[in-house]
Design a protein around this ligand. Sequence first.
Ligand code: HEC
Length: 114
Amino acid sequence: MQIYALVLLTLAGLSSFAIADPAAPSNARTAGQLFRRYCVSCHGNDGKAKTSKGRFSHARDLTDPQWHADVSDERIFNSIMNGRDTGGNMPAFGNKINEKEIDSLVTFVRGLKG
Ligand code: HEC
């Protein structure tokens, strides 16, 4: 009886592992990869938005210390998630990048401070 329960538990453990597996870490994208893929075209490798697309869309200089001092993490998160068009045209990324990844991008953007 005991061994039977053990086998069942093991099987349950294995199957939940198998189900969880496809979404597992091999797909995880680092903030650096995300930034290169989705953000560099406008904001540039250095975050200064000196690219032609950056100038054209009036992208923000993400290194500006004054801006860093004024802006909250929540607003950065929200701008990446939903876009922002107060002075330029920042696209929304909520459909391409999940919330955990956006969190990691907020940290990444903080690291660009000049
Ligand atoms: C098509 C060009 C473009 C792309 C691509 C782009 N941005 Fe932007 N970004 C902008 C523009 C334009 C603004 C200024 C928006 C405004 O304030 O009206 C901006 C502003 C921002 C801000 C400041 C928002 C605020 O609340 O002050 C952050 C942070 C930011 N972008 C991060 C990112 C990240 C991270 C990515 C990649 C996931 C990205 N951007 C991709 C154009 C772009």
